[in-house]
Design a protein around this ligand. Structure first.
Ligand code: IPM
Ligand code: MG
Length: 368
């Protein structure tokens, strides 16, 4: 338990660290269109992770068979990112695992369990920070309703960056939220670039700037500054509370296109959006940085599914959607197209329990 003096000293340290982060910002961009060898790190994760990753690995081995044989693509299995190992070592991402991860170009990662409370940081948050994966990109589409949303969630700041570094004082607890100019500018740029390159005409900025005046105020302001460089694209503002309602409103929801938003709001609203599409088991997620990128399911490790004996009913769709995004990211358009087409054609419905098909039945009908 801290005293106010200790708390101020630790707050000072946090501010200095953040200043350092700003000073160190920026780096080289990987160009996958000309890269001779692409190394894809494959990480099982916890809970249902190994089950769904096995499906994605199988698919990658089929789609990239020739390139793997020619050594142009390397699939590298990375061990040790399990909750048992992490708790044993007291490290959210053990040093040797992080070293292996950094030797890859892109990662396909199963969900990792995050302990509730305590001080152990989520492995996801550590990886997003260590690899500087600042854009969390989550597409959701419901073609029969004309819905084609893409969420650009800021992925390295907000409540997350210091989420494990809050302060306990007698009778109260304090957490911190950080928004930087460079962090906001780069996520806004990523969202507007996506809009520009994909024929989208509108970007919606979602915050709670009426309450989080400094951090979300800055986020909104910078998004509008960035918007000025994109003349054909209009920008509108929504607060997160009404936006969650909007996504449930069939009268207006199909008009949203690209949504850019701070970390925590993005976390919450993308689960809602995925649920509307067909469940959190149905949506992929890309964590993009300049040097590295990591692709994963939108959902967690689902320990309850295993506890309830539902392991056969895990839904591989989310990690397979993420695999489509990975293939696009490394400029393997044909392979991405084949997988996406096969998924769209596969009519087997996995619901996550015995009301739906099993994972095996889905995979058997996935015609690549
Ligand atoms: C997500 C997940 C993570 C998050 C967890 C696992 C830390 O919910 O990727 O949306 O909160 O970002
Ligand atoms: Mg989430």
């Amino acid at each position: 338990m801290s005293t106010i003096e200790q708390a101020c000293a630790s707050f000072r340290k946090l501010l200095e660290e953040q200043q350092q982060r700003i000073a160190n910002a920026g780096g080289e961009k990987t160009d996958f269109s000309s890269k001779k060898t692409v190394t894809i790190g494959i990480i099982d994760g916890d809970g249902i992770g190994p089950l769904i990753i096995a499906c994605a690995e199988k698919v990658l081995r089929v789609l990239l068979e020739r390139e793997i044989a020619d050594g142009k693509v390397v699939l590298k299995k990375i061990q040790g990112l399990t909750i048992e190992n992490r708790l044993n070592l007291g490290q959210s991402v053990p040093d040797d695992v992080l070293k292996e991860i950094k030797s890859c170009d892109v990662l396909l990662k199963g969900p990792t369990t995050t302990p509730m409370g305590g001080t152990m940081e989520s492995a996801n948050v550590t990886l997003r920070r260590e690899l500087d994966l600042y854009a969390n990109v989550r597409p959701v589409s419901i073609p029969e309703e004309g819905i084609d949303w893409i969420f650009y969630r800021e992925n390295t700041e907000g409540e997350y960056v210091l989420g494990s570094r809050g302060i306990d004082l007698p009778g109260m607890a304090v957490d911190f939220k950080v928004t930087t100019d460079f962090g906001t500018r780069r996520i806004a740029k990523a969202a507007f670039d996506y809009a520009k390159n994909n024929g989208k005409t509108q970007v919606s900025v979602v915050t709670k700037a009426n309450i989080m005046k400094k951090t979300d105020g800055k986020f909104t302001e910078i998004c509008h500054q960035v918007a000025q460089d994109y003349p054909g694209i209009s920008v509108d503002d929504w607060y997160i509370d009404i936006m969650t309602a909007n996504l449930l409103n069939p009268a207006i929801r199909s008009r949203f296109q690209v949504v850019v938003l701070p970390n925590l709001y993005g976390d919450i609203i993308t689960d809602e959006a995925a649920q509307l599409q067909g469940g959190v088991g149905s949506a992929g997620s890309a964590n993009l940085g300049d040097r590295y990128a990591m692709f994963e399911a939108i959902h967690g490790s689902a320990p309850r599914m295993l506890a309830d004996g539902l392991q056969d009913y895990v839904n591989p769709s989310s990690i397979l959607r993420a695999t489509v995004m990975l293939l696009r990211h490394i400029c393997r358009q044909d392979a991405a197209q084949r997988l996406e087409q096969a998924m769209n054609n596969c009519k087997v419905v996995v619901t996550g329990d015995a009301t739906g098909a099993t994972c095996e039945e889905y995979m058997a009908q996935l015609k690549l």
